[in-house]
Design a protein around this ligand. Structure first.
Ligand SMILES: NC(=O)c1ccc[n+]([C@@H]2O[C@H](COP(=O)([O-])OP(=O)(O)OC[C@H]3O[C@@H](n4cnc5c(N)ncnc54)[C@H](OP(=O)(O)O)[C@@H]3O)[C@@H](O)[C@H]2O)c1
Length: 250
C-alpha cells in the first residue's frame, strides 16, 4: 500500500526513453507507485522487454519523439490502449558529440535540438495537450540546463531551452490544472555517459567536482521524478529540481 502522497494508482504515465538508463528507472518507480506506464523509445524490442518487468499493464509504444507524425500516432496509441494520460515524463535525450563549436556541424546541432528540445515540445503539445486536470509533466533537463558545460554547446542550448519552455508552459497550463516541472540530473552512469565515467583520467576530474564523491545511478533520479509526478508536489509548477550529488552547489 503506497503513501497517498506518492500514490499513482489508476493513473496512466507516459515515459519517453524508458527502455534503458534514467527513463527505465523512472518507469519502474511510477509503476511501483501504481501507475500503468507506456514505455516510449525507438527500440521496440527493448521496450517490450522492459515493459514485461513492470506491473499494472505496462506496455511498449515505440516512437521517434523528434517526428511530429510519430508523436501524434503515439498519443493516439496511448489513448486507445489506456484511455487517458495523467503523467508525462519527457526523458528521452541524446548527446552524441563532445566537441568545440568549430567541430560541431549544423547537422549535429539539429539532431540534438531536434530530439532534446523539439521532441519535448512535440510531446508536451500532443500528449500534454490530451491531459485532464491533475496532469503532471516532468521534463528531464540536466545540470547543463543551469550551467554551461565545456564542449557541449548544442546540448546546453537544448537543456536550457527545456528549462525555460517548461516555465512558460507551466504558466499557460496552470489554470488547466496541468503542472510542468523539470528534473535536472547531474552525472549519472548510463549509456549516455559511460565513456566519460569509465575514462582513465577524465572520470577522476569529474568525480572530484561532485561533493558527494560519486556519480549517480539511474535509481537516484527515480524518487525526484515520482515526487514531481505525484500529488506530493501538487502545489509546485514551473520549477526545476536539481539532483546532482551537490555538484551545482559548489
Ligand atoms: N546520464 C546523465 O548523466 C544525464 C545527466 C543529465 C541529464 N540527462 C538526461 O537524462 C535523459 C536520459 O538520459 P540517459 O542518461 O538515461 O541516456 P541513455 O541511457 O542514452 O538513454 C536515452 C534514451 O532516450 C531514448 N531516445 C533517444 N532518442 C530518441 C528519439 N528520437 N525518440 C525516442 N526515444 C529516444 C533512447 O531510446 P531508443 O534508443 O530506444 O530510442 C533511450 O531510452 C536524457 O534527456 C539526458 O539528456 C542524463
Amino acid at each position: 500500500m503506497s503513501n497517498a502522497l506518492f500514490d499513482l494508482t489508476g493513473k496512466v504515465a507516459v515515459v519517453t526513453g524508458a527502455g534503458r538508463g534514467i527513463g527505465r528507472a523512472i518507469a519502474g518507480a511510477l509503476a511501483e507507485a501504481g501507475a500503468r506506464v507506456a514505455l516510449v523509445g525507438r527500440d521496440a524490442a527493448r521496450l517490450a522487454e522492459a515493459a514485461r518487468q513492470l506491473p499494472h499493464g505496462a506496455f511498449a509504444a515505440a516512437a521517434d519523439i523528434a517526428d511530429e507524425a510519430a508523436v501524434i500516432g503515439l498519443r493516439d496509441v496511448v489513448l486507445g490502449r489506456a484511455g487517458r494520460i495523467d503523467v508525462l515524463v519527457n526523458n528521452a535525450g541524446v548527446n552524441p558529440i563532445y566537441a568545440g563549436i568549430e567541430k560541431t556541424s549544423l547537422a549535429d546541432w539539429q539532431n540534438i535540438i531536434g530530439v532534446n528540445l523539439s521532441g519535448v515540445f512535440l510531446c508536451c503539445k500532443y500528449l500534454g495537450g490530451a491531459m485532464g486536470e491533475g496532469g503532471a509533466i516532468v521534463n528531464v533537463s540536466s545540470v547543463a540546463g543551469h550551467v554551461g558545460l565545456r564542449r557541449s554547446v548544442p546540448y546546453c542550448a537544448s537543456k536550457g531551452g527545456v528549462e525555460l519552455m517548461s516555465k512558460a508552459l507551466a504558466l499557460d497550463w496552470a489554470k488547466r490544472g496541468v503542472r510542468v516541472n523539470c528534473l535536472a540530473p547531474g552525472y549519472v552512469d548510463t549509456d549516455l555517459t559511460h565513456g566519460l565515467i569509465t575514462h582513465d583520467t577524465l572520470a577522476e576530474t569529474y568525480r572530484a567536482h561532485i561533493p558527494m564523491g560519486r556519480f549517480g545511478v539511474p535509481r537516484d533520479m527515480a524518487g525526484a521524478a515520482l515526487f514531481l509526478a505525484s500529488p506530493a508536489s501538487a502545489y509546485m509548477t514551473g520549477q526545476s529540481l536539481i539532483v546532482d550529488g551537490g555538484w551545482t552547489a559548489d
